[in-house]
Design a binder for this molecule. Structure first.
Ligand SMILES: Nc1ncnc2c1ncn2[C@@H]1O[C@H](COP(=O)(O)OP(=O)(O)OP(=O)(O)O)[C@@H](O)[C@H]1O
Length: 267
């Protein structure tokens, strides 16, 4: 089951701030769609994501998920952060099942299948401290999926990982979300991440934070990073970003890893 999300004219001013951080944000995200939210630092991406998650209420306007107004967090719309926030003294299995336990359920078979899904079946009884950063983020993913969410909200979840692990997790999370029919919203600084994962990229401008435009990424999944189509989509997103929120210089969020071509040019 996946959710459609409707953001109805959100404006938000933080207490003590003279001007709104977000202004008149209106958008619809379709069930099963994978959407990336990009924009310069401080434009309000995380603020908007927190509102989708029910962690923050807007000053004006509201969010509806499957027709229900969002007024608080729910296991049906789960958020994953840059840091996996695991309990270091617990095993992988114990951490993965916490979300379910908090929701009042126990389902060891489901946890087994989720650990299998995220490639950690053989680590189930290991202490999470013995895991790499990427493996820990997989535990957080299993925990997020355990409550069968309709919507997965990701706040730069892979930015602390090395490039290879990041790319692998982008592909995996995208595949898992598609298989489960989940709606997915990812906040990212990384143009490559947006092209690797999203069906549609929303571009935010700052002061006040607003949706300046969007671009569809019409590439088949899984995304083939070495393909000409992928490079074209990346270029197109950079150009679109620059045209919407740039100032004539190259102001787009930079890809996390320089392309071979760019490295050759820089050398
Ligand atoms: N609790 C708060 N009180 C006051 N101002 C806040 C609060 N949280 C965020 N802000 C301000 O709102 C603006 C948007 O912050 P937000 O974290 O949403 O931006 P962002 O686009 O996600 O940035 P980044 O890409 O750097 O993570 C910033 O100017 C920030 O300082």
């Amino acid at each position: 089951m996946s959710a459609n999300v409707s953001v109805d004219y959100i404006t938000h001013t933080f207490k003590g701030q003279p001007a709104p951080t977000l202004k008149d944000i209106a958008l619809t995200i379709h069930p099963g769609e994978q959407v990336a939210l990009i924009g310069r630092s401080g434009c309000g991406k995380s603020t908007l994501l927190h509102m989708l998650a029910g962690l923050l209420m807007p000053s004006e306007g509201c969010v509806h998920i499957r027709g229900h107004m969002v007024t608080r967090p729910s296991a049906k719309w789960n958020m994953m952060f840059q840091k996996p926030s695991l309990y270091p003294w617990m095993t992988v299995r114990r951490n993965a099942e916490l979300g379910l336990l908090f929701a009042g359920h126990r389902d060891p078979a489901r946890i087994d299948s989720l650990l299998e899904l995220v490639g950690l079946a053989d680590k189930a009884e290991a202490n999470v401290q013995s895991l790499s950063g990427g493996q820990q983020q997989r535990v957080a993913l299993a925990r997020s999926l355990a409550t069968s969410p309709e919507l997965l909200l990701l706040d730069e979840p892979f930015s602390a990982l090395d490039a290879f692990t990041r790319a692998a997790l982008q592909d995996e999370v995208s595949r898992i979300a598609r298989q489960a029919g989940l709606t997915l919203v990812i906040v990212t600084h990384d143009i490559d991440e947006a092209v690797a994962m999203a069906d549609r990229v929303l571009i935010m401008a700052a002061n006040p934070g607003r949706i300046a435009g969007e671009m569809a990424v019409e590439l088949p999944a899984p995304r083939e990073r070495a393909s000409a189509e992928y490079s074209r989509a990346r270029e197109q997103l950079m150009t679109t970003f620059d045209g919407l929120v740039g100032d004539g210089r190259s102001t787009a969020p930079q890809p996390a890893v320089a392309t071979e071509e760019a490295q050759r040019e820089a050398a």
